[in-house]
Ligand binder design. Sequence first.
Ligand SMILES: Cc1cc2nc3c(=O)[nH]c(=O)nc-3n(C[C@H](O)[C@H](O)[C@H](O)COP(=O)(O)O)c2cc1C
Length: 376
Amino acid sequence: MNERFCYPPASPMRVAHLELGPGILLAPMEAVTDLPFRTVCEEQGAALTFTEFLSADALTRGAAKAVSRMWPSQGGRRFAVQIFGREPEVLARAAGMAAEVGASIVDINMGCPAKKVTSGLCGSALMREPEVAVALVRAVRAALPSSIPVTVKHRVGWDDASINAPEFALRLVDAGAAMITVHGRTRAQGFSGSVRLPPIAAVRAALPRHIPVIGNGDVKTVADYQRMRADTGVDGVMIGRGAMGNPWFFRSLQALEAGQPDPGPPSLDERRAVWRRHADLVLEHSVERMHVHELRKTLAWYSRGLRGGADLRTRAGLEKRPAALLEMGESFFEGVKQAERAGAAVGTTPADPIAKSIARQERLHGGRVEADECAA
Ligand SMILES: Cc1cc2nc3c(=O)[nH]c(=O)nc-3n(C[C@H](O)[C@H](O)[C@H](O)COP(=O)(O)O)c2cc1C
């Protein structure tokens, strides 16, 4: 291992009594971490995946859309349901619903910067009201069987003048939180600017050793992962955008933690197989009216950086039949395969999704992400 990145070898991470293996986690992402994507990431080595944040209010009102998103993972794997809200008794009831569908962990969102959430004083707004945050953790803890840990994901603070993650996290742990994830930005930053590692390290230093702390933000390469672990001492790392279209990132990190060589980017056959697995899970589990949208997304993700990918994406955008989209994907990969066999350069490194996403948001918003643009 590079001397620059010295940290203790990953021992299996425990959240209360749950043993998770090396702490390499898939972040909750609205409209992204559905059952198909979570399953694909788990199959490539993610130790735990999270649903997108679900409104406790909507869940307890029985809103079908929210309830249907508490999908258990395929193959009986562990998964976490993330909920948000502000009323302790409503969150407690929503947590009970998550337990009923088989969640292994209930995570409370205290990091979302979106105006639609913070204007209701939920998400990251709770970092300005620690006593409300504490009441939420207590209520959810009391509502769940002891076998289901309560965890929290939050930011480093509301803005530069109020970086309070260490004190905030400590209060949540005293109230019953069994794991804390810190996204290394303030609410005011949205998704722009750099992730700050010192406040994440300060949370690790502030909490009792048996409480795992997870670092999150801008980890998209093995070197980013090593830096996050080495510079903060966190017990695990949560990956969001770096996994979109690149679930093999988990495979590389698992190999690293096992002391094995990095298997590197996927071969063309692996890309094709995982694209097809993802697409089949979409057809099996997503609601029918979303099939075309979701299949186009899989094609866009897995063709990124490959010869002819841009053309495929244009054609897929015009196609409205799921079967034809599958056919389009198959013949695309077949064509790339043939080009590869003929010795042409076909490209195999997925493009950098974070750089692209930040660049797009900066183009739109002049460097600052509008809160409504980002879910958390
Ligand atoms: C499209 C999208 C949706 C997100 N939705 C959620 C969410 O539902 N809950 C949450 O806690 N964070 C959410 N986030 C924030 C991520 O979990 C993560 O904290 C953030 O993207 C930084 O990590 P990354 O740089 O690895 O992506 C979302 C981020 C994105 C890009």
